[in-house]
Design a protein around this ligand. Structure first.
Ligand SMILES: *[C@@H]1O[C@H](CO)[C@@H](O)[C@H](O)[C@H]1NC(C)=O
Ligand SMILES: *[C@@H]1O[C@H](CO)[C@@H](O)[C@H](O)[C@H]1NC(C)=O
Length: 481
């Protein structure tokens, strides 16, 4: 068993002090360099260390810049440094990793509302140090009861944009369920930093500014988005201050009354009223009937490490296993170094993204043979043989059967506390700003998760939202690495 220092520093960022080489951990180094590269490609990660003399996170990292953190007391890595700091504060106050995760998720929903929020959903993996049990919370959105197979027949864009694209949000109930099992700090206290950010305002980071600019039309067209993300009819830019007082009020209600305020109280009622007024079909009963599904986390062995992650309908654990096995089949850590390493990673990801389109909710789709392939080393070798170091290919080379999901508007973060409890959460509103609509009376951005369902006219096989959750926790010999 390695020291806490060692395990914690390498668990999230693959950091290993150059002066302390450990050749026996070569496989891990390959895996961790892959994780680091993957996370850099997917998002800018701001890590915060939990110590008593913390400097706090750097303001923003620019593209390609990395920040390595290490700690004996815990780590929080979210895609906004302010949220990592809020999570670290919860750990410092004696919180469980789940307490920090609740605080981080709420914060991300406020400062990165294009990607996350209480109007969306998430996957949460919680690994308890005490019991060594890892649970998977599926808090993804579900279809409203009035949804039907042909509801978009006359207007296909309604599946992607506007009130009809909204699924029943699951984020708050998922967080609350995880907290009720593991949390140590008062629920209310975890909301305070985010309520303050939403009410008093926060500085628009370049990442949010970019998303606002890309969605400029929606910002000007939707009254709710307009009220939060524009000033004098101009969209907010990086460095401007953004506030969302209605969201602050909604969060305050949930902090005091629990998720009931949303699922069976005034916040939910107002949300439903706004959505109905705009032409949506979601009802109070849909909110009241929402349930989080809890199961055992999926366990796979890759390179001698146990990866814990979401089972289907998330494709993350299978996808991570396939990509790591493909890269591992090169047989040397050097294979993933430098620009050639990045090329191989990207090609492996392309094959994985194509492969995962065969998956779906196991209640509806029998994907057993694809699951088996994605876990198989010999299949990974076959995929590796399709990767050429001197070229890339047209999409048809990778995508032999299905059209690809366009995925963005999602955030991911990880927390490890001093006891080595770990949380890995993917949170989303689906596309940037989800349905491109914000409920004016609650400040909540609507997800557009209905776009993940296939309709009779489409070529995707998925009959339930399918999502990629990336890295979770790697364990070996039952200790967190
Ligand atoms: C799913 O497909 C596999 C073959 O790919 C088959 O062995 C299995 O019986 C099927 N399961 C169900 C529930 O149909
Ligand atoms: C690319 O590499 C493959 C196999 O390594 C080789 O067969 C092929 O000729 C190369 N193509 C070019 C354009 O160099």
């Amino acid at each position: 068993m390695t020291t806490a220092h060692d395990t914690l520093s390498s668990s999230l960022l693959g950091y290993r002090a150059p002066s302390d080489p450990k050749p026996s951990r070569r496989a891990w180094t390959v895996a961790s360099s892959i994780l680091v590269v993957a996370s850099l490609l997917l998002l800018l990660v701001f890590g915060v260390i939990v110590t008593n003399d913390v400097d706090g996170p750097k303001k923003w990292l620019s593209e390609g810049e990395t920040e390595v953190v290490e700690s004996e007391n815990g780590v929080v890595a979210a895609d906004d440094g302010r949220c990592s700091a809020i999570g670290a504060e919860a750990l410092r106050a004696g919180g469980h990793a789940v307490d920090a995760a609740v605080a981080v998720a709420l914060c991300v929903g406020v400062v990165n509302p294009m990607s996350s929020g209480i109007g969306g959903g998430g996957f949460i993996v919680v690994r308890s140090a005490e019991t060594a049990v890892a649970e998977a919370f599926d808090a993804r959105e579900t279809a409203p009861s009035a949804a039907s197979q042909n509801m978009y027949a006359n207007n296909p864009t309604a599946k992607e944009i506007g009130p009809l694209s909204m699924g029943v949000p699951g984020e708050l109930l998922g967080l609350h369920l995880a907290w009720s099992k593991h949390g140590r700090l008062p629920w209310k206290s975890l909301f305070q930093p985010s309520i303050k950010l939403a009410r008093d305002g926060f500085v628009v980071a370049p990442y949010l500014a970019q998303a606002i600019a890309r969605s400029e039309q929606a910002m000007l067209a939707d009254p709710g988005l307009h009220s939060v993300f524009t000033r004098d009819d101009k969209i907010l830019k990086a460095g401007d201050t953004c506030s969302n007082p209605e969201l602050a009020r909604s969060l305050e209600a949930v902090s005091e009354e629990g998720p009931k305020a949303f699922y069976d109280g005034w916040v939910g009622e107002k949300l439903v009223e706004d959505v109905k007024a705009a032409g949506g079909v979601i009802t109070k009963e849909d909110l009241k009937g929402y349930r989080v599904e809890v199961s055992k986390a999926m366990e796979v062995d890759v390179m001698g490490f146990k990866i814990l992650g979401m089972p289907l309908p998330s494709s993350g654990t299978l996808g991570m296993s396939l990509v790591l096995n493909v890269l591992g089949s090169y047989g040397s850590p050097d294979a993933v170094k430098g620009s050639l390493g990045v090329h191989r990673l990207i090609e492996a990801l392309k094959h994985m993204f194509a492969m995962r389109m065969n998956l779906g909710d196991s209640n509806f789709v029998n994907a057993t043979s694809y699951e088996r392939d994605m876990l198989s080393k010999s299949f990974a070798e076959k995929v590796q043989h399709k990767i050429f170091d001197n070229t890339t290919f047209d999409p048809g080379y990778y995508l032999t059967r299905w059209s690809q999901l366009r995925d963005h508007g999602t955030s991911h973060f990880c927390v490890v506390d001093a006891d080595r409890n770990a949380v890995s959460m993917t949170t989303t509103v689906n596309y940037y700003f989800g349905a491109r609509m914000l409920s004016p009376s609650t400040g909540i951005v609507l997800n557009n998760e209905m776009d993940d369902f296939s309709t009779p006219t489409e070529k995707t096989p998925i009959s339930f939202p399918l999502h990629l959750q990336t890295s979770l926790s790697q364990t070996r010999d039952h200790c967190l690495q």
